[in-house]
Each structure stands twice: as C-alpha cells, then as structure tokens.
Design a protein around this ligand. Structure first.
Ligand code: DOR
Ligand code: ZN
Length: 338
C-alpha cells in the first residue's frame, strides 16, 4: 500500500496550553484533524463559562484558518450546580475529572474520590447527558496507580449507570478487563502507550521526553492495548494525550510529565496499523468510534498518508517556546501528504 486516506480524524484527548505554547502546538493538530477534545488543566483551571469561551477563542485564533473544531471541556468541581451545567452544556463536550495531585496541574483536583462526594455533580451530569473524562490514578506505587484506581472506576460505573465514563489514556491490561465489563465505560488510547514500555523511559539511558502520567508500562500491557486499538474495539478511541512542556522543563531535575506527540501521532498509528495488517480499522480507531461514543458529526476533512520516510524533527520552536516531539530524530515510514 502506497497511500492511505483517513477521514475526519479526531484526537479525543489533547493538551494545547496557552499563549505562545498554544500558538506553537495547536496547528499540528488543527491542520490535519477535524476536531480534538481539549483538556482544561490550565492554571488556574477552566471552571467558568467565561473562561471557557475565552479559551476557545484563543484556540480558534491559534488554529488560524484551519477547519477545526475544538471540543472543549471544563475542570470537574464537586460543587457545580445543575443550573451551571445546564447553562454550559451546549458549549462543552465533557467534564474532566482529576484526582488531586496525580498529574500536571492537578493541584486543584478533587481531594476525595468518594462516590458520595462526587455524587451531586455526577448526578447532574448524568441527567444532562454530559460525559465525564477521568484521569484514573491513585498516588500509590507508580506502576500500580492505574490498577489501584480500578475499584473507583467500577463504583462510578455502578453508581451512575447512565453516565458515560471515559477512562482516559489507559495503560494497563487490567483496565481492559474492567472496560469490557460495564456498558457505560469507554477509553482513550495514546500513541505512547501503544508504542513504548518502561524500558524506553529508563531501561537504558534516561529519556525524560517519554516520561508521562500514567507511566508507560510492561510489554504485556503494550500488547494488550495494541490488540484493542488494532481491532478498533468499539469502546476505545484515539486520544493522544499530547502534553507539551518546554524543553528545559523536561531536561532538568523535577522534569515535567507529558509527551508531545501531536506532530507524529497519525504517521505512527498508520505505521503500526500497517505493520499488523489492520489498516482497515484505522478510520474507526481515529474517528468513527469517537463519533459513535460522543455522538459527534465532525467536519468533513480527509488526510492522505503516503508511504514515504518522515524524519521527525529534533524540536519545534516558536518565539520563546521549544518542544521536543516523541520520536525526535527517528524515521517513520509514513508521511502526511501536504
Ligand atoms: O503526563 C501527563 N501530562 N499526563 C497527564 O495526564 C497530563 C499531562 C500534562 O498536562 O502535562
Ligand atoms: Zn491528559
């Protein structure tokens, strides 16, 4: 196969940040994708309609003339009223729930994952048909944080049967079993959890550019996640969790968690799906499944992939911002045409 067309690609988990970083990274997605679910973990987080609409405008400005729909989210709060959620419902695609302290800018996340504490907001969301996207990790041992969170996912699934719950960036095989068990659970999968294991982070020389939350795990986890993606399991969709940090905040002590993958995501997925003879499932994984799960009608947009080497740049810069992409300096076997 020499060419491959993807229709209306969607990235259902994306961090764009703000200011010059937003201007640097947004076009990598807006040029090729029809839309993306934008995460609200700015500082301060997005919790009001006013802040949301202003941020959406800044995203649109950064995307310039690209035909692209930012599917925006607000940051979960235990005290959102039904009236507030009803008023903001048409502006958002979902609410993102971060437990306190589990990842970048989650210091204002919820301090208790007790169902009764979360109930008022989640019940309102359930009535209004607003999905919840969850960063499902505890603060336990780093390799087990997602596994330790599974009972919380399970209790949310049982207590709110009409609420769509998205298990964000699942990284372990145990999560897959739970995902399949409850009708109201769905999941996003990143490129990095499909391509890397912990050996890529620390098995040889330390690579801070592949340090993220949840941490990439064991070979068997990667294989189990690949199987879900390659078969385009209807409960999973692509969500890059592309999370840019300045180069100097990655290459230092106290390096930030997050992998910038927007510029290489679609090429890498095409390479992976081709390698396993599953290209026929790629459109479902990067668009159709998300359309069904969220009930979306994305902007019609096609991108053409061509079987041509793509040498990933060492870094990208704009004014004072500089980010290092996943697979920097490596060669991928597919390029985007145009
Ligand atoms: O590694 C991560 N970085 N995981 C997340 O969930 C958030 C992200 C970020 O915003 O930098
Ligand atoms: Zn994220």
């Amino acid at each position: 196969m020499k060419n491959f067309i993807i229709n209306s690609p969607l990235d259902m988990h994306l961090h764009l940040r703000d200011d010059n970083m937003l201007k640097l990274v947004a076009p990598f997605t807006s040029k090729y994708f029809s839309g993306a679910l934008i995460m609200p973990n700015l500082l301060p987080p997005i919790t009001t309609k006013e802040a949301l609409l202003k941020y959406k405008q800044r995203i649109n400005d950064a995307c310039k003339d690209d035909e692209f729909e930012p599917l925006v989210t607000i940051f979960f709060q235990v005290d959102y009223s039904y009236e507030f959620l009803k008023d903001i419902k048409d502006e958002i695609i979902a609410v993102k729930l971060y437990p306190f302290g589990v990842t970048t800018n989650s210091e204002t996340g919820v301090s208790s994952m007790d169902v009764e504490v979360l109930r008022p907001t989640l019940e309102s969301m359930s009535k209004l048909g607003i999905p919840v996207c969850v960063h499902g990790e505890t603060q336990g041992f780093v390799m087990d944080r997602e596994k330790e969170f599974l009972p919380i996912y399970e209790s949310l699934a049982i207590n709110f049967p009409n609420l769509k719950i998205i298990m964000e960036h699942i990284s372990s095989k145990e999560s897959i079993n739970l995902l399949k068990k409850y009708d109201n659970l769905y999941a996003t999968l990143t490129v990095h959890h499909l391509m890397l294991t912990f050996d890529d982070v620390a098995g040889g020389m330390l690579n801070p550019h592949v340090f993220c939350k949840p941490i990439v795990k064991r070979p068997e986890d990667k294989l189990a996640l690949q199987e879900l993606a390659l078969n385009a399991h209807p409960k999973v969709m692509f969500g890059s969790d592309s999370a840019p940090h300045r180069k100097e905040t990655k290459e230092c002590n106290d390096g930030a968690a997050g992998i910038f993958s927007s510029s290489i995501a679609i090429q890498t997925l095409t390479q992976l799906f081709e390698e396993y003879g599953q290209l026929d499932n790629l459109n479902a994984f990067v668009s159709l499944n998300a359309q069904k799960i969220y009930g979306l009608k994305p902007i019609q947009k096609s991108i053409k992939l061509i079987k041509k080497d793509f040498v990933v740049p060492a870094e990208y810069t704009y004014k004072d911002e500089c980010v290092v992409p996943l697979f920097a300096n490596q060669t991928l076997s597919w390029s985007i045409d145009g």
